[in-house]
Design a protein around this ligand. Structure first.
Ligand code: FAD
Length: 499
């Protein structure tokens, strides 16, 4: 059977034109997907809205099924399953579970799309390392060279592949902040209204457990909206993206970030198109290289890299790593996004933003939420799944390298060479959170001891035997050994019940 004669079943990560070759399509809205674990309501809303908007766009060309579970449409699977569908095809889906599901049913599988590099490209690159460590920077350079993005002949634009040194400034600490206007927001329509109504009903029937606020919808649900969001980023925030990539400010939840991860992960925005758009801005003299290179590296480097690592590190990577023996369950304040119960400004502001939008920017994810979880030894698998469920852009593939690897160091150093841990001084430098906080980032002992600062030393104390071989941790560990009040700080943090 030729591709055009088969019906293409598209998943929630495949909703844009990149996944459409013009033939008949099928979308299955399975309610059980939303009821597996508690989910952020804004995320459930975005997924449903995007699927239903796509169905409207495709019109007669799509079969849209609203069912309890996928198997209601494609059968139970397994050998000799009577109801498997020979006339279906899929573009290889984006999780181990979904790949197994379609293969068990004998559905025809096409190579994956939606990334700059193919899975084959990555395997060739990784195998060519011949036992050498896999490094993002090497992968990224290779992709730049192969694609010619930001290259002049065989040399990188501006003479360097990486402009990190020109970036990562602290935020301006004045009342005007970055002084940027609000980002462009989508306008909701009757589809969003119907989604909200359905979510209310599902919630009252007890089939889903939704956490957080729902609305107004802030992330693109169609390819046209994604294009509009990209244009707004390029016009208004791209120039500040590089310098303030790591900066945090109270009351500014978006800073100069692009807000494009959700539409990209839904398949609505082709990452290469986003890259070419910002590259053209630089070529036209409208955007500085440091910002453009920083943005290109996040997508062509990090996004592709963590996607490939998901497959390369194997299905067992998520659950099979706990190098720092982190076993504490996630606290209620995290699970319920209960910002009001949190006293530390940085953590409260971050969790409150999550509650309102199902989103936080990168440095809040890594150096506030991840740093806190690492210091407190939260179970890495539980944390991984919480990130998947609570973020509008959360997917099974994006999280393991980011959470298990980079943020929690649970893999012992496969993805990141050292734990991403810091005390309150880092947060103080990169934000305005500490100014009005009841805790003092310079204090580690006593009433106003900053939970991040004291937590940093308590963390080092706890994991010292497990990280003492890591030469990148030699300096912090030697600081720990010189700490006169080490025992008192560790004891204080062991008994801290309010933060
Ligand atoms: P920008 O800051 O504007 O960056 C541009 C794009 O680069 C993003 O849209 C994203 O597609 C890509 N990108 C940058 N860094 C990464 C990265 N480390 N991994 C993958 N893509 C990256 N990204 C997700 O897409 N979904 C997630 O659920 C997610 N969870 C994360 C959890 C943790 C603990 C950490 C450390 C990172 C996580 N990231 C995730 C990566 C990154 O934080 C988000 O992509 C980014 O904050 C999304 O906002 P933005 O679109 O404004 O990104």
């Amino acid at each position: 059977m030729t591709s055009s004669a088969r019906t293409r079943w598209i998943f929630a990560g495949q909703l844009g034109p990149l996944f459409d070759d013009g033939g008949p399509m099928m979308i299955v809205e399975a309610r059980s997907v939303f009821g597996r674990r508690p989910m952020h309501r804004a995320k459930a809303h975005l997924l449903l809205s995007a699927m239903r908007h796509r169905a409207t766009e495709l019109g007669d060309r799509v079969e849209y099924h609203r069912v309890e579970r996928y198997s209601d449409v494609v059968g139970g699977g397994g050998r000799g399953s009577a109801d498997r569908r020979d006339d279906l095809e899929v573009i290889d889906p984006t999780s181990w579970a979904a790949r197994r599901f379609v293969r068990e049913r004998g559905i025809h599988v096409l190579p994956s799309r939606g990334f700059v590099t193919s899975e084959k490209d990555f395997t060739v690159w990784a195998d060519s390392r011949q036992g050498k460590r896999l490094l993002l920077e090497d992968f990224y350079r290779g992709v730049r060279e192969r694609t010619g993005v930001l290259m002049r002949g065989d040399q990188p634009e501006g003479g360097r592949f990486n402009f990190d040194h020109d970036n990562r400034n602290p935020p301006p600490k004045n009342a005007a902040g970055l002084g940027l206007p609000d980002p462009w927001w989508p306008v909701e329509d009757e589809i969003d209204e119907e989604v909200r109504h359905d979510l209310d009903r599902w919630q009252s029937e007890g089939v889903v457990q939704l956490v957080g606020d729902d609305g107004p919808r802030r992330f693109a649900a169609t390819a046209a909206e994604a294009e509009r969001a990209l244009a707004d980023f390029v016009e208004v925030r791209l120039n500040d993206f590089g310098p303030f990539e790591d900066a945090m400010l109270s009351g500014d939840w978006t800073m100069s970030h692009s807000l494009l991860s959700a539409p990209m992960n839904l398949g609505l925005l082709d990452p290469l198109h986003a890259i070419e758009t910002v590259e053209a801005e630089h070529a036209a003299g409208r955007a500085p290289l440091s910002s453009v290179e920083g943005f290109v590296r996040q997508i062509m480097g990090w996004r592709d890299y963590v996607w490939h690592l998901y497959w390369y590190l194997g299905e067992g990577y998520r659950t099979g790593n706990n190098a720092l023996d982190a076993r504490r369950p996630l606290p209620e304040k995290f699970r319920l996004l209960d910002a009001a119960a949190i006293r530390s400004n940085c953590l409260r502001e971050t969790i409150d933003g999550m509650r309102r939008h199902g989103w936080a920017h990168h440095i809040q994810r890594l150096m506030v939420l991840g740093n806190w979880a690492l210091q407190h030894g939260y179970d890495p698998v539980e944390l991984n799944d919480w990130f998947v469920d609570m973020f509008v852009d959360g997917t099974p593939w994006v999280m393991p390298a980011n959470v298990i690897g980079m943020s929690q160091h649970a893999d012992g150093g496969l993805v990141a060479t050292k734990p991403y841990v810091s005390g309150g001084a880092y947060i103080d430098r990169m934000s305005d959170f500490c100014g009005g906080c009841e805790f003092n980032p310079k204090v580690r002992l006593g009433e106003n001891a900053c939970p991040f600062t004291a937590g940093y030393w308590a963390f080092l104390d706890r994991v010292e035997p497990r990280i003492r071989h890591n030469h990148r941790m030699a300096q912090p560990l030697s600081g720990l050994r010189r700490l006169a009040d080490r025992e008192a700080v560790v004891d204080q943090e062991r008994h801290r019940d309010s933060w």
